[in-house]
Design a protein around this ligand. Structure first.
Ligand SMILES: Cc1cc2nc3c(=O)[nH]c(=O)nc-3n(C[C@H](O)[C@H](O)[C@H](O)COP(=O)(O)OP(=O)(O)OC[C@H]3O[C@@H](n4cnc5c(N)ncnc54)[C@H](O)[C@@H]3O)c2cc1C
Length: 431
């Protein structure tokens, strides 16, 4: 494969970066350092997902010190705190101002393929571009998942996806059904609950993690334990970890646990998984008690690992009592509710996203549409991914790991450009 430039002109770049979130920007930072001409094409605005796909009271779940964008690690006065939405956007904007990445906003890439001479052709909603190399940095959350059963909801019930939720006041007056207990579902349920709404919450099998343990944020312990350096291929679940729901916890008000049992004590109505809607009746599966127990068990097992680490390394850390469940679901927990009779005026689907790489015409995808790659390097020379959840480590799709991944991809871009050779990776290792 010859990667030598064959096109020139104002619409040709050595590297085109698709997506202007933290991943695309981080890559641009390295390309600028290397003096490589490039352009970021961003469908919306830089930092769009933080600006427009998070609710008003959103704040990071990960501590500020983990925000380590290349060349611009967090330097505020609250490293152990959790930036709120506006502060995150400001952090991104300051990052942009710090090195002025070449960017075109409001331009969506609609098709990516190779010309007969192997140059990449990038069709967009505006012009056509060509590039020697392309980095796909469009995150991992493309299409909000809403189960088709949603079509059975009465039209007078407002229904939105978690990425559309703003605040309690933006919903009609009444009770709200939140479906899903990943990070978003739990935090949105809490937001509504704190705003005085009666919330009905369908609980699933998401794990949870304590905010603090034995004198430190659990994230800080896990960092010391090198969990965030664990590559995906050495994780006990292997690449299967990419499918796992994130542990729920919050950074709100300085950070705390999310304990659904406590919410239940305070009046939130918990159910098992959402299953169906028939004639205005929502049906729920069994298993609430098990889901709560399992979530607590995960949290306690993380504490076990921390205890072991403290003991092994003879660290002086205060002892802490373990969690004791504050509520148990009664045996007669409802398995259905009449939505209208319960004055449920809104349903918020917090069941995640799916990816959509259908605009990329290169034979690199597996049977489920996931791009085969090794740390973002695909088997198609010159085509890379950046910012995928667990692309390389836990932090790959987050602020904490993007610097390492961006440096790695940039190194390959430079190598391919200079030597016409991929840097170190053997094609046979690529999945
Ligand atoms: C609810 C939620 C909470 C999170 N909380 C945290 C947290 O506490 N800490 C943390 O570190 N991480 C968190 N994350 C994960 C992660 O940090 C964010 O998802 C982050 O936005 C990922 O950055 P990115 O640049 O990879 O992708 P994105 O921010 O999604 O950026 C991708 C960009 O690509 C653009 N784009 C998409 N398709 C195209 C196209 N075809 N053409 C051109 N442009 C395109 C989009 O408009 C977008 O701006 C959270 C994620 C979610 C969903």
């Amino acid at each position: 494969m010859n990667i030598a430039p064959k096109h020139s002109g104002q619409n040709h770049f050595s590297v085109l970066v698709v997506g202007g979130g933290q991943a695309g920007l981080s890559l641009s930072y390295h390309l600028k350092q290397e003096g490589i001409d490039h352009l970021i094409l961003e469908k919306n605005r830089i930092g769009h997902s933080w600006r427009s796909e998070r609710w008003d009271t959103f704040c990071l779940v990960t501590p500020n010190w983990q925000c380590t964008l290349p060349g611009s690690p967090y330097s505020g006065d609250d490293p152990y705190g959790f930036m709120k939405k506006d502060q995150i956007v400001e952090y991104i904007e300051q990052y942009v101002a710090s090195f002025n990445p070449p960017t075109l906003e409001g331009v969506a890439v609609t098709r990516l393929y190779r010309d007969t001479d192997d140059t990449f052709i990038i069709n967009t909603t505006k012009e056509v571009y060509t590039a020697d190399q392309v980095v796909v940095a469009v995150g991992g959350y493309h299409i909000p998942v809403v189960p088709r059963v949603a079509e059975r909801l009465s039209s007078d019930i407002v229904q939105i996806h978690s990425c559309e939720y703003l605040n309690s006041d933006s919903l009609p007056v009444g009770e709200v059904l939140v479906v899903g207990t990943g990070q978003s579902g739990c935090q949105i349920a809490e937001d509504l609950h704190l705003a005085g709404r009666r919330v009905h919450l369908c609980v699933g099998d998401a794990p949870r993690v304590a905010r603090t343990y034995r004198g430190k944020d659990v994230v800080e312990w896990l960092d010391k334990m090198k969990y965030y350096d664990l590559p995906v291929d050495r994780h006990p679940l292997g690449t299967g970890v990419r499918e796992k729901t994130n542990h729920y916890v919050t950074g709100r008000d300085g950070g705390r646990d999310i304990d659904l049992r406590k919410f239940a004590l305070e009046g939130m109505q918990l159910y098992g998984r959402f299953e169906n809607i028939t004639d205005g009746i929502a049906n729920f599966g069994p298993g609430l008690a098990k889901y709560l127990d399992d979530a607590d068990a995960v949290s306690e097992s993380i504490k076990d690992s921390i205890d072991k680490f403290i003991a092994t390394n003879q660290i002086d850390a205060p002892e802490e009592e373990r969690y004791v469940p504050v509520w148990q679901p009664p045996t007669d927990i409802p398995d259905s509710i009449d939505l209208k009779q319960n004055n449920i005026v809104a349903v918020i689907w917090c069941v995640g996203f799916r990816t959509d790489f259908s605009w990329i015409e290169e034979p690199i995808f597996d049977g489920r549409g996931y791009p085969g790659h090794d740390r973002g390097i695909t088997r198609s020379p010159g085509l890379y991914f950046l910012g995928l959840p667990w692309q390389y480590t836990w932090g790959s799709g987050r602020f904490s790991g993007i610097a390492r991944d961006a440096a790695y991809v940039a190194e390959h871009i430079v190598s391919l450009r200079e030597h016409n050779q991929p840097a170190t990776i053997l094609i046979s290792r690529r999945r």
